[in-house]
Design a protein around this ligand. Structure first.
Ligand code: ADP
Length: 343
């Protein structure tokens, strides 16, 4: 072979965006680009190394050898150095071209999705099974022990409520996980917070928790009202649920530069340091029994995180076990609509 076709091959392979390796008819490496060196973690000697030394991966070597024998293109997937690679080998004028792409990220997303379906089905199964069992019990008790009916009906209602909360949260999560732009508008966050808090006073009273708001009037956020409500409601409900009798939860709002800060501080049970990095994960709960007892779905904080990120905001948590927790959310400030006071 003359020098020029070889140089031409090197240039061609080097110019490819995708990781590429070219092998000669007799299985020696003719050209390899930087992306392929990086993915394969290899630095072969061009023109002296063969398929096996170059690829250092049994599945990829087998694919190249097979193409060299059959001449038919082939695609394989393999794990290599903590990466998930997809490679296609094909014959080009008697030589074999191997193109490799890094599918690690896609594989991880696929796995997360699969885990999500498994977890969601498992979570849905619990109330569904309870409802079936209670319905069966009712059909017997209604004739034989009618005095037990009211208690069973109450439990049936509770389980149906849990199921409804779960379906509701799953739909919220799905909606928020879909990227895509939603119409944002100036939303009076102070007003929204006061309304959400007012709606939770009954729950707070029931739990013996004092709920308060400290906020200047009319702080505007550039956002989607429904999503902002989801953020505030989930955090307020958690501050009540994970509190103690005689405790308190305070919501504070203030402008900070171009952002509006929303902080909610409770005097509740707190979160162990080791759990803090995981509480925004779907279905993660510190204490599963307590979460279930209070009607939790384990989805609230992951919904909150998605909604905050959609707004280009940040969320931060500080907690001391046995003393309390503060969630701090910052959201981009919005311009008040014309005619409204500016802050
Ligand atoms: P859940 O539906 O279980 O409340 P979340 O996603 O809202 O699910 O919260 C995840 C977990 O984080 C909860 O199960 C609870 O263990 C913990 N957590 C959330 N908020 C608080 C809080 N204010 N104080 C203590 N623990 C909290």
């Amino acid at each position: 072979m003359t020098e020029s076709p070889r140089a031409w091959r090197r240039e061609l392979v080097g110019s490819m965006v995708e990781a590429a390796v070219l092998f000669s008819r007799d299985g020696q490496v003719l050209a390899i680009n930087d992306r392929a060196r990086d993915l394969l973690r290899t630095t072969p000697d061009v023109a002296t190394d063969g398929v096996v030394e170059t690829l250092s991966n049994a599945e990829l070597s087998r694919a190249v050898d097979e193409v060299r024998v059959t001449g038919k293109p082939i695609t394989v997937e393999t794990e290599h150095g903590h990466r998930h690679l997809r490679a296609s080998a094909s014959m080009v004028s008697g030589e074999t071209l191997l193109l490799i792409s890094d599918r690690t990220q896609e594989k991880r997303v696929e796995e997360l999705r699969r885990d999500f379906v498994v977890n969601a089905s498992h979570e849905l199964k619990t109330p569904v099974t309870s409802i079936q069992t209670l319905a069966e019990a009712l059909s017997v008790v209604i004739h034989e022990q009618p005095e037990r009916v009211p208690a069973l009906v109450t439990r049936l209602g509770d389980e149906a409520e849990r199921l409804a909360a779960l379906v509701h949260d799953l739909l919220d999560l799905r909606r928020l996980e879909e990227r895509g732009t939603r119409e944002r508008e100036p939303v009076d966050l102070t007003e929204l917070v006061r309304q959400v808090v007012a709606a939770q006073v009954g729950r707070a009273d029931g739990a013996g928790v004092e709920l308060s708001v400290a906020a200047p009037d009319h702080l505007y956020v550039d956002g989607v009202a429904g999503d902002l409500e989801v953020i505030v409601k989930n955090l307020v409900v958690n501050a009540i649920k994970y509190n103690r009798t005689g405790g308190s939860a305070q919501v504070r709002l203030r402008p900070i530069g171009t952002m509006i800060e929303f902080a909610i501080e409770d005097t509740g049970i707190g979160i162990p340091q080791a759990d803090l990095p995981r509480i925004f994960e779907r279905f993660y709960r510190v204490d599963t029994a307590r979460s279930r007892e209070t009607g939790g779905t384990g989805l609230g904080l992951s919904i909150v995180r998605h909604a905050v990120e959609h707004h280009g905001g940040t969320i931060h948590v500080d907690s001391r076990l046995g003393q309390g927790t503060t969630f701090t959310v910052r959201l981009p400030a919005g311009r008040p609509p014309p005619g409204e006071p500016n802050r």
